[in-house]
Design a protein around this ligand. Structure first.
Ligand code: NAD
Length: 349
């Protein structure tokens, strides 16, 4: 079959890690007799520089016409004070594609236990997925700025909570029937609504799933104290953003965590990390989060064998010690070398 993939490299290390998309998909296409047609489009700061907007119409329509979209990362200090912000492009893209469910698996590689600052006995058995609501909440609410105060509205509708809750419950049924819903229901009205709706969906539609509610502050603590207790974590947009960066510390690096953002129609696949301006241009960014996001894309496109081949190749490269600096401070493995290590393992599979 032939698949059209829109690739949005973005800013900072984005274009460096995005070079993996064509390399990996060409290798997979060759190995599994599939065709992937990869097209590149601007978003974020790069699009602001070229067209004065963070999400050009051409990019949006290419994403809508593609079978799936890969986005690397946007943003950077160059645009921190510009009137149009790169982040607006990403938020608009997620909203336009209506990809309300952001799924972030925490894949632990036992061979990387020493890359995490946590003790290996704490990490043992850790394997969870964060399901983050992606198109609602405070990031999308009305904003106002005045000379002496500013506001950000946080709003969730019953329908928005119902649909993300169903995604998380479904995932829980495919794993261990254990779901932790994270909120701040002791303070926030949106969280009280969240808790009521999630409880109702659980009771009515997924009685086999054990549901626990947890406050976001204690969840942040438990994530590093006893991470193996979690299985599927369901939470709202901002809490999910923060908790998944925290969770990346368990895996050893931001450069390892992939994500898929899906709705009823489109799929957007991105590493969880940002544009890492501190290392941009040096060719040392870890490409594995991007490559694992491509695997998530292929699984969503119903190509499980192809997805698995990528995951095995990444694990094999890690086994062989092909680690960028974020995982081994004395390493001089480059982004391109890590990509080629995965490609050669796919070719040999
Ligand atoms: P960041 O994720 O870019 O970087 C945090 C730290 O992790 C940095 O030290 C960085 O060097 C390291 N890191 C991240 N990805 C890495 C990789 N693949 N390999 C090796 N090291 C890696 O977060 P930040 O510094 O808070 O934000 C930088 C910019 O990225 C900001 O403009 C922010 O708005 C933007 N951002 C974009 C996204 C996105 O595109 N989805 C997400 C988060 C932040």
């Amino acid at each position: 079959m032939s698949y059209k993939i829109a690739c949005l490299p973005g800013d900072g290390i984005g274009p460096e890690v995005a070079t993996s998309v064509k390399r990996i998909l060409d290798a997979i296409g060759h190995q599994f007799e599939q065709q992937f047609e990869v097209s590149h489009h601007l978003i974020g700061g790069a699009a602001i520089d070229e067209f004065g907007v963070a999400l050009p119409d051409e990019t949006l329509s290419a994403c809508k016409q593609a079978d799936a979209t890969f986005l690397a990362a946007i943003g950077g200090p160059k645009w921190d004070h510009s009137e149009i912000r790169p982040e607006q492009g990403l938020l608009k893209l997620r909203a336009e594609l209506e990809v309300y469910a952001n799924i972030r698996p925490l894949t632990m590689y036992p061979q990387l236990a020493s890359a995490s600052p946590l003790k290996s006995e704490i990490l043992e058995g850790t394997d969870f997925i964060i399901v983050r609501e992606l198109t609602g909440g405070i990031y999308f609410g009305a904003k106002s700025r005045h000379s002496d105060y500013a506001t950000d509205e946080c709003k969730y509708s019953v329908e928005e909570v119902e649909r993300i809750a169903r995604v998380a419950f479904e995932l829980a049924t495919e794993r261990n029937n254990h779901l932790t819903s994270v909120d701040k229901a002791n303070v926030l009205e949106t969280s009280k609504l969240w808790r009521e709706v999630v409880s109702r969906i659980g009771e009515q539609e997924f009685p086999q799933v054990a549901l626990h509610h947890q406050l976001v502050d204690s969840c942040a603590m438990k994530l590093i104290q006893s991470p193996s207790e979690f299985d599927v974590i369901l939470t709202e947009n901002m809490f999910g953003d923060i908790l998944s960066d925290e969770a990346s510390v368990l895996a050893g690096s931001m450069g390892l965590l992939a994500s898929s953002s899906v709705g009823s129609r489109y799929g957007l696949f991105e590493p969880i990390h940002g544009s890492a301006p501190d290392i941009a241009g040096q060719g040392i960014a870890n490409p594995y989060a991007s490559i694992l996001s491509i695997a998530m894309m292929l699984r969503w496109l119903k190509l499980p064998k192809e997805a698995e081949s990528i995951e095995l190749a990444v694990s094999g490269a890690i086994d062989s010690g092909i680690l960028t600096k974020d995982l081994n401070s004395s390493s001089d493995v480059t982004t391109q070398q890590a990509i080629e290590a995965v490609v050669s393992r796919i070719n040999a599979s």
